[in-house]
Design a protein around this ligand. Structure first.
Ligand code: PLP
Length: 338
């Protein structure tokens, strides 16, 4: 009864259970303060919850467009960045989807779900993008996905390599889910490259992972195409209200980003030998410590394939990072490297 393609998917494996310290999903460790939530409640009071949300999410698109000084015609909003990725694999003409592993798994997931062939162009040894190799293998590409900063490696990709890919004229989704932590973004290139789509999310720096809101910035033609195929009401009125409120308080986001970066570097200094530099809110570590940490009540992401034996650790609150550091020191001691 069930399609074999569907059967071939592994369930998305999240570690369930009541662990004390969750550092596995790259969430923001800080919830919004009550005064910001109060502003959301005020917005809610004015909303008609019996009515469907605006079909093309205009209230949220206008708020995001104002934030960047763009037109709403350059902004598309989705139920998380994930929903938009699901649509972006289908939007463009061409044969295959290009990905650059090790990278975010959702590009492959949605390509496979749609039955599109995949072309994998691995990142270099140091996890930088090989723009020439991607361009070479994109002659018949529908779309090319590049994450910068990349998940799970944490590094920003060099601008010249990204430009080399953009110069092919093929549609490029530049996934900047962690751009606020890198302090660098290439979103302005959408004016120069109509084939560029810059994907962003409210789940990480803005701390709204539970609300489900993502967006992309692109040329009008791409945005218009997206709204032809998107589920009309996937972005609810409460989500749009929450987005409007957090965008009114960028200083709060920036303060938290600064704190997370400070903590990230504190952890990195302690385990420099085993830790890669990061431009995001997580660290890639060459430590096979997933099981050890789990026993200490700390959940991190266990990696596989080329990153077998590595973990991805989200930067948490200070006390959580203190416990992580303590546990990792014990791990190294137990392994005889302490
Ligand atoms: C978290 C993340 C996203 C978007 O997540 P949503 O919560 O669906 O908005 C997109 N790309 C990468 C690389 C991510 O890590």
């Amino acid at each position: 009864m069930i399609d074999p393609l569907v059967k071939s998917f592994e369930p998305y494996r999240v570690v369930e259970g009541n662990y004390r310290i969750r550092l596995d999903k790259n969430e923001n460790p800080y919830d919004l303060p009550d005064w910001v939530k109060e502003e959301m409640f005020e917005e809610l009071r004015e909303l008609s919850l019996n009515r469907y949300p605006h079909v093309t999410s205009m209230p949220a698109r206008e708020a995001i467009a104002d934030f960047y000084g763009l037109s709403p015609e350059n902004v598309a909003v989705g139920n998380g960045g994930d929903e938009l990725i699901g649509h972006l694999v289908r939007l463009f003409r061409g044969n295959h989807v290009v990905v650059t592993p090790p990278t975010f798994g959702m590009y492959t997931f949605y390509a496979r779900l749609n039955g599109f062939p995949l072309v994998e162009v691995p990142l270099r040894e140091d996890f930088t993008l090989d723009g020439g190799a991607v361009a070479e293998r994109s002659k018949n590409a529908k779309v090319i996905f590049i994450a910068s900063p990349n998940n799970p490696t944490g590094n920003l990709q060099p601008e010249e390599e990204i430009i080399e890919v953009l110069e092919t004229g093929k549609p490029v989704v530049l996934d900047e889910a962690y751009a606020e932590f890198a302090g660098k973004s290439l979103w302005r290139l959408i004016e120069e490259y109509p084939n560029l789509v810059v994907l962003r999310t409210f789940s990480k720096a803005f701390g709204l992972a539970g609300v489900r809101a993502g967006y992309f910035l692109a040329g009008e033609e791409v945005v218009e195409a997206l709204y032809r195929i998107k589920s009309p009401f996937s972005v609810g009125v409460m989500t749009m209200a929450a987005v409007g409120v957090v965008l009114r308080h960028p200083a709060l986001m920036e303060k938290r980003v600064a704190k997370i970066i400070e903590e990230r570097e504190r952890i990195r200094r302690k385990f420099g030998e085993f830790t890669y530099p990061s431009d995001a809110n997580f660290l890639l570590m060459r430590l096979n410590a997933h099981g050890f940490l789990l026993k200490r009540g700390i959940v991190v992401r266990k990696l596989a394939g080329r990153l077998e034996g590595h973990i991805r650790v989200t930067v948490g609150r200070r006390w959580e990072n203190d416990e992580l550091i303590r546990a990792l020191k014990d791990y190294l001691e137990a392994e005889g490297c302490g």
